[in-house]
Design a protein around this ligand. Structure first.
Ligand code: ADP
Ligand code: ZN
Length: 598
């Protein structure tokens, strides 16, 4: 274990392991198969990178994400580790060079896509060489129940026989017990040890706001992170395009990303997101898997995600470097109704639909919660948290709640009396006693509920309805254009047997930054100016070396430099993220900036 710590400190420049890295590395070095479930940003890579250095032979890293291999190899080169990749984008002579590195034993790690690894000649050639370990990244791709099933992954099971005695390490951020079981079974992991790390992402500030004016809401949010990278998710390609365009018009370096774009354009945009320092990616959920850009400062959802799992994964792309980051979702009644309709209208079988509905319900329940969001999220994944986090919208500004029983009863009875055939707009017109054409046409002005809700305004009624739909008391019937229908669960409410507590929607105060501090430290104005200078130096070095800025140093490393102002090469080594190779390569450039600023 001393050796592992030594590599961590000298090569990667970190002072200590995070749980459960040390144990995992121990087990792999000793030759066991392992399964590692860690949240995005938890530090999975070191779990196979360090054993690859400590065991004789080359470590194979199986990953479906060919587009990212170059960056991964570049990042390792920066810390002085010799790695390479094999894929179809390379020329014959490039591939020959990689093979000679493997055969000469000079290569520590090889990144390879599953389909390439499984070609018979690749397997046979590799089997004549010493293999340190086989890491299987994004291992949930082997599960048919997951959201990213890839047939190629099933082919990885026989590796145990092709490479006897070589430990395999499966890694994923998806942790449902079913997926975990599938991974062990389908990959035929032997004598496997499992580690499931906690799901808490303490540096993320979770916010869910009611959609009032989405453009204004998002532009205020983005403005607080001006010049920093982020992701904005939307459901449709059209909305992705228009959002990107409108951000560009307001001076933001924004790019669109969705499955309708040309492959080359998509690859280019992804590359710019990774390399440039300030790109805001407007994307459908087609974007993001395997993106390990550590300094994404915010993620915003303009539309509801499909489930809590999806939300956790999408927001998980923020703040992988551990620095404070913020995630925002805006949603409204329209979204709730539309998402339910999408589930109803999909051509999946009934069992599948039911499970999708349950997932959506759980998400809506979480959106409407009046308790700490982090605690709710963790509870969903089976973790308990004491107290409240103090760093989500509910904790930072608790929503006022009120007894909404009577309002709910009025609304439910308006839905019932109008025959469960109308959408939100008409039902609310009836409650407000509005003499519209439709009201006249159906004679709804003669109902007892007509005008029964005049003491409340339309906005408030939409809020009540959204919460009733969110909690499953009312559903929107897709086959009848979103007609509202009562569920069985609303009976006790209608009969006055249960009470209902509702949230009062408040317009969030604009522009207050999250209270989260950075590892307990915040930068003064002076340090902030230095931090910006260090970022400029980093950008220049990145351009010179043709690598993304974060590959030189992370934001977290620059912040520590700005704070502690190291004056010598030795001081520099005490900064997290500075290892011997990077110190030798870039130490001078950064020390100079710090000295001049003093
Ligand atoms: P993931 O689990 O998502 O693959 P990574 O392996 O990319 O996460 O690690 C996320 C970030 O955390 C990286 O920037 C990495 O350098 C950093 N990191 C990993 N382990 C440690 C550690 N022991 N100390 C400090 N930083 C670490
Ligand atoms: Zn909280």
């Amino acid at each position: 274990m001393d050796k592992a710590i030594d590599v961590l400190q000298r090569t990667f420049g970190y002072s200590e392991f995070r749980a459960p890295q040390a144990d995992v590395i121990d087990a792999v070095v000793a030759g066991s198969d392992v399964l590692v479930v860690m949240p995005t940003g938890g530090g999975k890579s070191l779990c196979y990178q360090i054993p690859s250095m400590l065991r004789p032979g080359v470590g194979l890293v199986v990953s479906p994400l060919i587009a990212l291999m170059q960056d991964q190899v570049d990042a390792l080169a920066q810390v002085g580790i010799k790695a390479a990749y094999l894929n179809s984008t390379q020329s014959a002579s490039e591939q020959a060079r990689v093979w000679s590195g493997i055969e000469a034993g000079t290569l520590s790690m090889l990144y390879i896509a599953p389909e390439r690894l499984l070609q018979p000649d690749t397997l046979s050639r590799l089997s004549h060489n010493r293999i340190a370990l086989i890491a299987i990244d994004e291992a949930h791709c082997v599960s048919q129940w997951g959201h990213d099933f890839r047939r190629d992954y099933l082919g990885l099971a026989p590796l145990a026989d092709v490479f006897p005695g070589v430990p395999r390490i499966a890694l994923t951020a998806t942790a449902t017990p079913r997926t975990r079981k599938d991974i062990v079974t389908n990959l035929k992991l032997r004598a496997v040890r499992e580690w499931v790390a906690g799901f808490d992402r303490p540096n993320l500030t979770y916010r869910v706001h009611i959609k009032t004016d989405p453009r204004r809401q998002v532009s205020q949010f983005v403005a607080r992170y001006r010049g920093q990278p982020g992701i904005i998710y939307a459901l449709s390609r059209k909305k992705v395009e228009s959002t990107a365009q409108w951000l560009v018009d307001s001076g933001v370096n924004a790019l669109p990303y969705h499955a309708g774009l040309d492959t080359a354009v998509r690859a280019e945009h992804q590359k710019r997101f990774l390399r440039e320092d300030d790109v805001v990616m407007c994307a459908t959920i087609a974007f993001g898997m395997g993106i390990d850009k550590p300094d994404v400062r915010f993620v915003a959802h303009l539309d509801l995600p499909k489930s809590v799992e999806a939300y956790y994964q999408e927001t998980g792309r923020a703040g992988r470097d551990g620095a404070p980051s913020e995630v925002l979702m805006v949603y409204g009644l329209q979204d709730v109704v539309r998402l339910r309709q999408m589930v109803d209208e999909s051509d999946a079988d009934e069992m599948h639909k039911r499970s999708e509905r349950n997932k959506l319900d759980a998400l809506l329940g979480w959106c409407e919660t009046t308790e700490c969001r982090r605690r709710g999220l963790l509870a969903y994944f089976g973790e308990t948290m004491d107290g409240a986090c103090g760093n989500c919208d509910v904790c930072l500004s608790p929503p006022p709640v009120y007894d909404g029983t009577v309002e709910a009863q009025k609304l439910l009875s308006a839905v019932y009396r109008t025959g469960q055939r109308f959408g939100a707009a008409h039902v609310i017109d009836v409650l407000l006693g509005r003499e519209t054409d439709k009201v006249a046409q159906h004679g709804h002005n003669g109902l007892a509920v007509f005008g029964a809700g005049r003491d409340t305004d339309a906005r408030q009624w939409r809020s009540v309805l959204r919460q009733l739909v969110g909690r499953g008391f009312v559903t929107a019937d897709a086959a009848r254009y979103g007609a509202l229908v009562l569920s069985d669960t609303c009976r006790p409410l209608l009969r006055g047997e249960t009470a209902l507590t509702l949230r009062k929607d408040v317009r969030p105060a604009p522009g207050r930054r999250a209270a989260a501090s950075f590892a307990g430290e915040t930068l003064s104005d002076v340090d902030r100016a230095l931090f910006e200078q260090l970022r400029e130096t980093r950008a220049a070095l990145a351009r010179e070396n043709g690598v993304p800025a974060y590959v030189i140093f992370h934001d977290t490393t620059l912040r520590q430099m700005a704070l502690h102002k190291p004056a010598s090469m030795d001081d520099l080594m005490a900064i997290g993220g500075v290892g011997a190779t990077k110190r030798d390569r870039y130490g001078d450039a950064f020390l100079q900036v710090i000295v001049e600023a003093n």
